[in-house]
Design a protein around this ligand. Structure first.
Ligand code: UDP
Ligand code: MG
Length: 339
C-alpha cells in the first residue's frame, strides 16, 4: 500500500530539513511505500529553493508551488487532488503533528475506517487565549452547526482512497475541511495524541486570520447567524411593541406626557443597530454566493517537481512551464542566421 503525505507549507524554510528527515525515518521503519506532497503556499522565504533541492534528491518528494498565498485550506485541497496513494494523510509542516503517529494511523485505516482523526489531548506551547478560543469554537460549531464535528480534531487526519474521492467532489470556495469531512459522514475513528509545540518558526495564523477562519467555518456550513439575527430582530420588535403599548397607556391613562427624549434615542439606537447587523449578515452571505457563482479554480500552481500534471489537470489551474525567454531568443537568432 502506498501512503501519500500532504504537507501545506507557508514560510517554513527553517523546519523543512527536520520535517523531511523525520518523515523519512518513520516511513523507512515501516513496510509501506510513500510519496511526500509538499504544497508551497506562496512562501517568501527560502522554502522554494529547499523544496526544489529536496525534489531533486528524492523522487518520492513531489512539489506543488502556488503562484501566491491561497491559504492553508487551499494548499491541503491541492495536495489531496494530486495524491495517488491508497491512504492519504494531511500533516502540518511544523511537526506539531508528529510523524511517529503515522504507523498507528495506517493500522487503524487497515481496520476498515475511512477517516482516522488525530485528537489533541493537550496543546503545549499555545497561549491560554488560543486554547480558550479553540474550545469555544468547537463548542459553538458542535452545538449550533453540526454535531458530527469532533472536538479538538484539526486537519491532522488520514483518509482512505474512497474518502479522498468523496472530498474531491466538494469544491466550495470558502473551505473548512473539518466541517466537510463531518458533513460527508464517513466511518471515522479517533486517535488521541499529545500536540507538541512548534519545532521552529512562529505560527502563520494570526488572531485576525484565526477569527476569519472561524467565521468561514460557521457561515459556510449554516445559515445559523442569519437565523440568530432574525431572532434578535423579533426580540427587539417585541420589546418595541411592549413599549409602544406602555406609551399609549402613559399618555391617555396615566397622563404623564413628558416629552420622552431619552426613550426615543434608546429605541432609535436599538432599532437601527439591529437593522444594520441584519443587513451586514445578509451582505456576507450574498458576497459568498457571488464568489461561488464565479466558479473560479481554488488555486493556481505555477511550478511543480516530480508531479505528473496531466493526470490531475481537471482539478485546479496548473500553468505550463515558463518559457525560457533568453534561450528562445538565441534560438530564433540562430534560425534567422540560417535563413
Ligand atoms: N499554512 C499555509 N498557508 C497559510 C498559513 C499556514 O500553508 O496561509 C501552513 C503552515 O505552514 C503549517 C500549517 O499550515 O504547515 C499550519 O499553520 P500553523 O502551524 O502556523 O498554524 P497553528 O498550528 O499555529 O494553528
Ligand atoms: Mg502549527
Amino acid at each position: 500500500m502506498q501512503l501519500s503525505i500532504v504537507v501545506p507549507i507557508y514560510n517554513e524554510a527553517e523546519i523543512l530539513p527536520t520535517l523531511l528527515s523525520s518523515v523519512q525515518a518513520v516511513m523507512n521503519a515501516t513496510s509501506f511505500s510513500y510519496e511526500l506532497i509538499l504544497v508551497d503556499d506562496g512562501s517568501l522565504d527560502g522554502t522554494a529553493e529547499t523544496l526544489k533541492r529536496a525534489a531533486e534528491e528524492d523522487p518520492r518528494v513531489r512539489v506543488l508551488s502556488f503562484s501566491r498565498n491561497f491559504g492553508h485550506q487551499a494548499a491541503i485541497t491541492a495536495g489531496l487532488d494530486h495524491a495517488s496513494g491508497e491512504a492519504v494523510v494531511v500533516m502540518d509542516a511544523d511537526l506539531q503533528d508528529p510523524p511517529e503517529l503515522l504507523p498507528e494511523m495506517l493500522a487503524l485505516l487497515a481496520q476498515g475506517y475511512d477517516v482516522v482523526s488525530a485528537q489533541r489531548t493537550s496543546r503545549d506551547g499555545e497561549t491560554a487565549f488560543k486554547r480558550l478560543t479553540a474550545k469555544a469554537f468547537y463548542w459553538i460549531f458542535q452545538k449550533l452547526v453540526d454535531e458530527r464535528m469532533q472536538p479538538e480534531v484539526g486537519d491532522f487526519r488520514m483518509f482512505s482512497r474512497r474518502a479522498i474521492v468523496a472530498i474531491g467532489q466538494l469544491r466550495e470556495q470558502h473551505r473548512f475541511m473539518r466541517g466537510m469531512v463531518a458533513w460527508l459522514g464517513l466511518k471515522e475513528v479517533i486517535l488521541p495524541y499529545h500536540r507538541n509545540p512548534r519545532t521552529a518558526g512562529t505560527t502563520k495564523y494570526s488572531t485576525w486570520k484565526m477569527m476569519r477562519f472561524a467565521w468561514t467555518a460557521i457561515s459556510s456550513f449554516s445559515a445559523m447567524p442569519l437565523r440568530l439575527s432574525v431572532g434578535a430582530g423579533l426580540f427587539v420588535t417585541a420589546c418595541g411593541i411592549g413599549f409602544a403599548i406602555y406609551s399609549v397607556f402613559a399618555a391617555f391613562v396615566l397622563k404623564i406626557t413628558v416629552p420622552g427624549w431619552t426613550s426615543l434615542v434608546c429605541l432609535n439606537i436599538i432599532f437601527s443597530g439591529s437593522t444594520l447587523i441584519a443587513i451586514g449578515l445578509l451582505g456576507e452571505y450574498v458576497a459568498r454566493i457571488y464568489e461561488e457563482t464565479k466558479g473560479r479554480p481554488l488555486y493556481v500552481i505555477s511550478n511543480t517537481a516530480n508531479v505528473d500534471t496531466n493526470a490531475h489537470a481537471a482539478k485546479g489551474v496548473t500553468l505550463p512551464p515558463a518559457i525560457d525567454l533568453k534561450h528562445s531568443h538565441e534560438e530564433s537568432a540562430l534560425r534567422r542566421n540560417r535563413l
